[in-house]
Design a protein. Structure first.
Length: 136
């Protein structure tokens, strides 16, 4: 939220590191959902991000959703990384996602990738169905 309004960071933690200002990121995202069957949906999407004085980044994503519950997907960030993830329900209100990435740049000489874990909590559910599944 602080990035929506142009501002300057004035913190003692940043003193002495030069003229530091916050740049506003700009994002463009889009995608489609294709139903392959009653239980399988395919979601290709694209995310483009731009920050002043930085290269434009683009993520190309492809996910498959099974029974509106279980996700599996992959992503390619141009000239930077390859990513994969799975997301599945633990309970009716809690979902767990696990993602890994592998750098495709010279950075992979120092690291073989990274991983992350996400826990999502759903505040409202309509019986056994999620009443607002987020595709994007």
């Amino acid at each position: 939220m602080p990035s929506l309004i142009r501002n300057a960071i004035t913190s003692d933690a940043l003193s002495g590191i030069g003229n530091y200002g916050q740049f506003r990121p700009n994002y463009l995202m889009g995608g489609l959902i294709f139903s392959v069957s009653n239980t399988i949906k395919i979601r290709p999407s694209l995310l483009i991000s731009y920050i002043k004085n930085a290269p434009i980044e683009a993520d190309i994503n492809l996910s498959i959703l099974f029974m509106d519950k279980f996700w599996i997907g992959a992503s390619y960030r141009l000239d930077e990384s390859i990513d994969a993830f799975v997301q599945f329900p633990l309970t009716k209100k809690i979902r767990l996602a696990i993602g890994i990435d592998y750098a495709t740049t010279a950075l992979n000489q120092f690291t073989k990738g990274s991983g992350e874990i996400m826990i999502e909590y759903l505040f409202q559910a309509d019986g056994d169905r999620v009443n607002n599944i987020r595709f994007f």
